[in-house]
Design a protein around this ligand. Structure first.
Ligand code: ADP
Ligand code: MG
Length: 249
């Protein structure tokens, strides 16, 4: 279980996270959703220990995240940052194996893990020697996911992992990712600004606005039992343009 207890963070005179308390059960997928600038990425960075809260704490089971244990805890998390974050000057293989090589894991173990991950994310090993710029957007996201999974972390933090993809690739990867999460049974915290995507993945949706949580619940809760008029406003604004054209006709 991961628990955020009353944590706050002021980033600028214009943006602060309100005291935030949330928990994430082991083995479940939760999605943080909300408009651009509402604080989704900031919450992930706080959980990953990349920035420290002004007050409050993050607990991983019984352990509280602190500067002294942040590095050890980070090794138990896979984190895909908003733009994928692959190193452009490293090959696919070097990107994926980076942390394992840094930790001086045996090369035979690394090779075995690379093979497993290729199979898991359906990426051809023939692409191993390529550089990120030589891959399609969808392939790059598969590589970013492989890198996050390399050390078999208990927790996956994914920041808009499908944000930059065309609709067809995005749809295909959504299906694959959901299968992967189900197969691995990991705790997943994902960020998206797309309601359809959130609903596809999550049992638990957490809708944010201006640094605070407007509602957490299932899609059904948000649709049928909105905690605030903003919930309905956000969902309606997300209806597809085609659907809106249809209802205007
Ligand atoms: P989201 O991921 O929901 O789009 P972010 O968490 O990235 O939003 O950012 C929330 C707000 O905080 C935004 O207004 C952003 O401009 C601001 N912000 C993010 N990082 C910093 C920073 N290091 N310093 C000042 N403001 C920041
Ligand atoms: Mg963001």
């Amino acid at each position: 279980m991961i628990r955020l207890e009353n944590f706050t963070k002021t980033l600028s005179p214009r943006f602060a996270l309100a005291p935030l308390s949330l928990d994430f059960e082991n083995g479940t997928t939760s999605v943080l959703i909300g408009p651009s600038g509402c604080g989704k990425s900031t919450v992930l960075r706080l959980i990953a220990g990349l920035i420290a809260p002004d007050s409050g704490r993050v607990k991983f089971g019984e352990e509280t995240l602190q500067p002294e244990n942040a590095q050890a805890l980070r090794l138990r998390m896979g984190y895909v940052i908003q733009e994928g974050g692959l190193f452009p000057h490293l090959s696919v293989e070097a990107n994926v194996a980076l942390a394992a090589r840094f930790l001086k894991r045996p090369e035979t173990e690394i090779r075995k893990r690379l093979d497993e991950l290729c199979e898991l994310v359906a990426l051809s090993p023939a692409l191993f020697k390529r550089f990120p710029r030589e891959l399609s957007g969808g392939q790059r996201q598969r590589v970013a996911l492989m890198r996050a999974l390399m050390l078999d972390p208990a927790l996956l933090l994914l920041d808009e992992p499908l944000g930059a993809l065309d609709p067809i690739t995005r749809h295909a990867l959504q299906k694959d990712l959901k299968n992967i999460f189900a197969r691995l049974g990991k705790t997943v915290i994902m960020v998206t600004h797309d309601m359809g995507e959130a609903a596809h993945f999550a049992g638990q949706l957490i809708l944010m606005r201006d640094g605070r949580i407007v509602q957490r619940g299932t899609l059904d809760d948000l649709l049928k039992r909105p905690a605030d008029p903003y919930v309905t406003e956000f969902i309606s604004a997300q209806r597809s343009p085609l659907e809106r054209l249809g209802s205007a006709a």
